[in-house]
Design a binder for this molecule. Structure first.
Ligand code: LHQ
Length: 259
């Protein structure tokens, strides 16, 4: 079985990390498969939402710690990030379509921060998030030091990064790290329903919403107001806006094309 499974249905590309016996810890092969998946998501107009999840009892335990050659005195962890993790995180973040993450089990190390890099994160109530890095004397990567303080504040970011303790899905929701936690048995049902709903939504507008929200982290209010003006001008010329207003006035469901 490939270590990443990809399927598409009803406009949703589902990407499943698939090394369940190792809690879907990352091996090199997975990066190649994820690159192929994100390339398809970027270019295939029929894909209007991406759903990322994991097989088995884990979401992802981060880098496979058995894969690195620890006897190599020139071991370059930065090289691995630059070649594989960072481009993927950047492409996920820039994808002009919603990316939903269904955290089905433990999300540790790079796995935790991969989840936090998605646009909407649902997590099974029984699971937890673990910034495992400091336990092996590493700094959080894959955007952890970017997301944690922005989402949960510096105090919680520092605690999570230094103490490397598990944070329950319920605390993650309460702290604003994720959208919400869901009863385990309902997670995939809810995540699939959300992904399908988003895949029939105004895809172009979702792309603009995503850009606007993420831009705010580095913008002043003035810059953000200008950006909203420009984006609203653009989406206001899109036919999905006309369709949304017509559907409202005609008391029917809108039929957005996203294109
Ligand atoms: C694993 C792993 C794993 C290998 C579970 N590797 N086998 C990026 C780029 C460049 C360089 C370095 O790093 C990074 C970013 C990173 O991600 S660094 C952080 C790497 N991850 C970790 O340090 C987490 C390590 N794992 C754990 O602490 C635990 O496994 C957690 C807390 C995730 C889950 O604990 P349990 O539920 O008790 O499961 P377990 O420990 O029994 O794991 C199940 C199996 O999965 C087990 O294999 P085995 O053959 O003994 O049944 C583990 O060895 C394996 N596994 N994580 N990262």
């Amino acid at each position: 079985m490939p270590s990443v499974l990809v399927s598409t249905d009803a406009g949703v590309m589902t990407v499943t990390l698939n090394r369940p016996e190792k809690l879907n810890a990352f091996i090199t092969e997975m990066h190649g498969l994820l690159r192929e998946a994100i390339s398809q998501a970027e270019t295939d107009e029929s894909i209007r939402a991406v759903l990322l999840t994991g097989a088995g009892r884990g979401f992802c335990a981060g880098q496979d710690l058995a894969e690195r050659d620890m006897s190599n005195p020139n071991l370059d962890l930065g090289g691995g990030l630059e070649a594989n993790y960072n481009p993927f995180i950047r492409r996920l973040h820039a994808l002009p379509k919603p990316v939903i993450c269904a955290v089905n089990g433990i999300a540790a190390g790079a796995g935790a921060n991969l989840a936090l890099s998605c646009d909407i994160v649902l997590a099974a109530r029984s699971t937890s998030f673990l910034q495992a890095f400091a336990k092996i004397a590493l700094v959080p990567d894959c955007g952890g030091t970017y997301w944690l303080p922005r989402l949960a504040g510096t105090a919680r970011a520092m605690g999570m990064a230094m103490l490397a303790e598990r944070v329950s899905a319920e605390d993650a929701e309460r702290w604003g790290l994720i959208w919400k936690c869901v009863d385990d048995a309902k997670l995939m049902e809810e995540a699939n329903a959300m992904a399908r709903a988003l895949a029939s939504g105004p895809t172009h507008t979702y792309g603009m919403i995503k850009k606007a929200i993420y831009a705010s982290a580095n913008n002043s209010l003035d810059q953000q107001l200008d950006l909203e003006r420009d984006y609203q001008r653009e989406v206001g010329r899109h036919k999905d806006y006309r369709e949304g207003v017509a559907a409202f006035l005609e008391k029917r469901k809108p039929r957005f094309t996203g294109k």
